[in-house]
Design a protein around this ligand. Structure first.
Ligand code: DAH
Length: 428
């Protein structure tokens, strides 16, 4: 049991849904997506960890990865705390240090549910699933201690592909994406090349399956040419670092973060002679692309019209089909406008007492999966008394049935009361 203190901020719904473990439910689209990605990382080299517990220490989630003390991710408005030192993991990277320390394999994949306080819309949900991956080489085990040569040899054993890849930047850059002092440029380049090829092959795998499903549904289907790009990124626990984006329906979509693991993490894990890469990706994002699932709430649906569409795919992956939406029920928009207590700001930060995520949490706790999105539609400051007014528009819509106006009104009335009670706002 974990002792609660005044950091505790779990909403009852969150506390009770740790965890449905969607990533290991047979024939669930999150689990199917996980298995497809795993299939690109052979279990002879990569050990799969799929059952890590979601409650971790702030040491695991932040400090072990080099997050500075004032990093915004640590704030109570972004992260679910049980007590000052205990959180629901916000990413699968929370387990990196422990898995490196256990030193059981040359590579690993960790799939798990992760938790973040966030906005409400069709692509955000406070619980989602990530997969973490890593691959290391040991200076004391490769021939002549030549990591670069060993890594290039492993690259040669990987398949090639014909996907279009944009990668305009040099592998390292002194200011934007520095080489670590413990690594030679040859080592970093080789590790980066192995990392990028491995992840490009994941994208190729996912999209060739998606394309097959699309053709099965429509023999005349013409796909746009698949295109990805590598862009420079920053993470406290890798250097150099990148994000991978996919060109999808007219937009560049970020799908993962990755990089060369900071040597300090290896050293602290007692494996200072090893070096390598790590990545983290969001499984919902990829499952939404793979199956064309339009709303993230659907993953939590127990409705047969959803679940039945994926049945049998685990045993017969070639039967993978695109998701066919069941009817779209009507939206029901309700606005709520209020004055903030005078000391607060909508942007949060700076010791303020109000953060938009607090509203999201209240709405979600009351409306649950019957809320599709919440958007701020108006904001102004009273010229005389300096008080700030905000107006939010809540879209009440179920994925499974038509909500009556009466039901939406009931939810909305409770939201209004809770805003007063919990945030001390003054309704307008
Ligand atoms: N943990 C990061 C996130 O949640 C993703 C990530 C980035 C994981 C880079 C990694 C990595 O292992 O090397 O946004």
């Amino acid at each position: 049991m974990y002792e609660k203190d005044d950091w505790y901020n779990l909403a009852p719904k969150i506390a009770s849904s740790t965890s449905r473990r969607l990533h290991v439910q047979k024939d669930h689209p999150i689990s199917i997506t996980r298995a497809i990605i795993e299939s690109r990382f052979p279990s002879t080299t990569y050990k799969y960890h799929n059952t890590f517990f979601p409650v971790v220490s702030t040491l695991q989630n932040f400090d072990s990865l080099g997050f500075p003390a004032d990093h915004p991710g640590r704030s109570k408005t972004d992260t679910y705390y049980i007590n000052e030192k205990t959180v629901l993991r916000t990413h699968t990277s929370a387990h990196q240090a422990d898995v490196f320390r256990a030193n059981e394999s040359k590579g690993y994949l960790i799939s798990a549910d992760v938790y973040r306080r966030d906005a409400i819309d069709r692509s955000h949900y406070p619980i989602f699933h990530q997969m973490e991956g890593a691959r290391v080489w040991d200076r004391e085990q490769v021939p002549n201690g030549d990591i670069a040569a060993a890594v290039w040899k492993d690259i040669e054993a990987l398949p090639t592909h014909e996907m279009k890849v944009e990668d305009p930047n040099p592998p390292t850059h002194a200011d934007r994406n520095p080489l670590q002092p413990e690594h030679s440029i040859e080592e970093a380049e080789a590790i980066a090349a192995h990392l990028k090829r491995s992840l490009e092959l994941v994208v190729v795998e996912i999209f060739s399956r998606a394309k097959k499903a699309a053709i099965a549904a429509n023999p005349d289907y013409v796909d746009e040419q698949l295109k990805v790009r590598w862009i420079e990124a920053y993470f406290p626990f890798t250097s150099p670092s990148w994000e991978l984006e996919i060109f999808w329906q007219g937009d560049w979509l970020e799908v993962l973060g990755c990089g060369v693991v900071k040597q300090d993490i290896m050293t602290k894990a007692g494996i200072s002679t090893q070096l390598g890469w790590a990545f983290g990706l969001g499984l919902e994002r990829i499952a939404m692309l793979l199956f064309e699932i339009p709303d993230i709430r659907l993953f939590w649906s127990q409705d047969e019209r959803f679940l039945s569409q994926f049945r049998g795919i685990t045993d017969n992956p070639d039967a993978l089909k695109r998701f066919v939406s069941f009817s779209k029920y009507p939206a029901c928009y309700k606005d709520v406008a209020f004055w903030l207590r005078s000391s607060s700001t909508a942007a949060g930060g700076g010791g303020s007492t109000f953060h938009e995520n607090d509203i999201m949490e209240i709405v979600r706790d009351i409306g649950g999966d019957n809320v599709e999105d919440v958007v701020k539609v108006d904001e102004f400051t009273h010229p005389k008394n300096g008080k700030k007014s905000l107006c939010y528009r809540i879209n009440y819509r179920s994925l499974e049935r038509t909500l009556t106006n009466e039901e939406a009104n009931k939810y909305h009335e409770r939201v209004r009361e809770a805003l007063v009670e919990k945030l001390g706002v003054e309704l307008r």
